[in-house]
Design a protein around this ligand. Structure first.
Ligand SMILES: Nc1ncnc2c1ncn2[C@@H]1O[C@H](COP(=O)(O)OP(=O)(O)O)[C@@H](O)[C@H]1O
Ligand SMILES: [Mg+2]
Length: 386
């Protein structure tokens, strides 16, 4: 069946701004996942940097319970990455309502007393959400329903890249190297209590045990021997009912930034690569990523040969296309003696001004503010979902 619709997405809506007028962006942050606090910090960074000559911003927070609340810009001023005190979207009693149909792009707020007020026309949503219920296609599907443009990948690309088992299956099928792995669900383990003793079959230690759908290293453990596996599984099952057990890959950890091409153009890659350099830590865990724990340093640009760079860039572009990514993705690899092994694709990567993705573009000559503009413009010009 084709998607027939009475109002074509390119048709001008009654509430749309005229050409050359300022655009309005709804900045969406927080969310139900364990990366809620990181998302808040990202949003604060975007709010500080977004080009005010081009965009007005409506900050919309999602509480940990999933309530969509209208925030004031001042609310985000104090959002910082502080150990043990990550910011959280508080429920102020307001509720932001998405457009009622594809005929309008007007947001509405319900105040604490239940009164409705229009927030005006919105041109695009900037979902600065990480992890489940944000980076996984759920929010994207909700926005598709009312034809509201948004930055980043659509339903399938988001869902696929969120699920480490599903994406590895697709990547391996496309001939892009990934670490050997197997997948186990909570149900399979409870049906067969002895299964955990065989989960390392065909894999090589150290193993990495991780939830299928999480991020920021939440729930990830390094397992040096079989006896450590049950505890690691528990940690991972706390995040997701599906868990991956992977062979540890020996190689440098490198990351490249991909940005969708304009029109029919190929995806663009950053001209430099970043590296996570280990100086005493076992792996890139949450503390090292966000809380400044010792033992990990970032090298930017990473020193790689021209051949290594080309192999990473080519694999990244192919992976971006084969997984149906749009807008942006940070693609992480292990650079081994045999070439790059793809670890994961982040469709809404860390996006504070000091995060790897924006810094890779900055090193490539695209400033943070201009990167945000480019992403919003890509979203606005994006073809409809069908
Ligand atoms: N197969 C692996 N081999 C070696 N290190 C790994 C492997 N899988 C994960 N790691 C380490 O664990 C970190 C977090 O795992 P990752 O799969 O990237 O999860 P997340 O989505 O939470 O970032 C990686 O950055 C890396 O340091
Ligand atoms: Mg990672």
């Amino acid at each position: 069946m084709t998607a027939a619709s009475s109002s074509s997405p390119s048709e001008r809506r009654a509430d749309a701004p005229g050409a050359g007028e300022k655009r309005t962006v709804a900045l969406l942050f927080g969310g139900r996942s364990s990366e809620h606090g990181i998302s808040c910090v990202t949003a604060a960074g975007v709010l500080r940097a977004i080009d005010r000559a081009k965009f007005d911003v409506i900050p919309v927070g999602i509480t940990k319970q999933g309530a969509t609340v209208l925030m004031r810009e001042e609310d985000l001023e104090g959002y910082r990455l502080e150990p043990g005190a990550l910011p959280e979207v508080g429920d102020n009693g307001t509720r932001v309502l998405w457009p009622a149909s594809t005929a309008t792009r007007t947001l509405t707020v319900v105040d604490q007393a239940g009164a409705l007020r229009s927030l005006g026309h919105v041109d695009a949503v900037l979902p600065m959400l990480h992890g489940p219920y944000g980076e996984d296609g759920t929010v994207q599907g909700m926005l598709d329903l009312v034809d509201l443009p948004y930055v980043g990948s659509g339903v399938l690309g988001s869902a696929l890249c969120m699920d480490k088992h599903a994406v590895k299956t697709v990547l391996a099928d496309a001939g892009i190297p990934v670490a050997p792995w197997r997948t186990v669900t909570r149900e399979q383990l409870s049906r067969d209590p002895y299964l955990s003793e065989r989960l390392d079959e065909g894999l090589s230690y150290p193993l990495f045990v991780k939830p299928a759908r999480a991020g920021s290293s939440v729930g990830v453990s390094r397992v040096a021997e079989l006896a450590e596996l049950p505890a690691a599984l528990e940690v991972a099952f706390a995040e997701d009912r599906t868990v991956l057990i992977e062979s540890g890959v020996t190689g440098r950890e490198v990351e490249i930034a991909v940005l969708e091409g304009r029109g029919e153009d190929r995806p663009r890659t950053s001209s430099v690569i970043g590296e996570i350099v280990f100086t005493g830590r076992d792996f890139y865990d949450f503390e090292a990523k966000y809380l400044g724990a010792a033992g990990v340093e970032l090298a930017l640009p990473a020193q790689v040969t021209e051949l290594e760079f080309e192999a990473i860039r080519d694999a990244a572009v192919r992976a971006f296309e084969v997984t149906q990514c749009a807008g942006l993705a940070r693609i992480d690899f292990f650079l081994t003696d045999e070439g790059p092994v793809l670890n994961e694709i982040n469709t809404l990567p860390g996006f504070t001004p000091i995060s790897m993705y924006p810094r890779l573009w900055q090193e490539s000559g695209l400033e943070y503010t201009d990167l945000i503009t480019e992403l919003v413009e890509l979203a606005i010009e994006k073809k409809p979902a069908y």
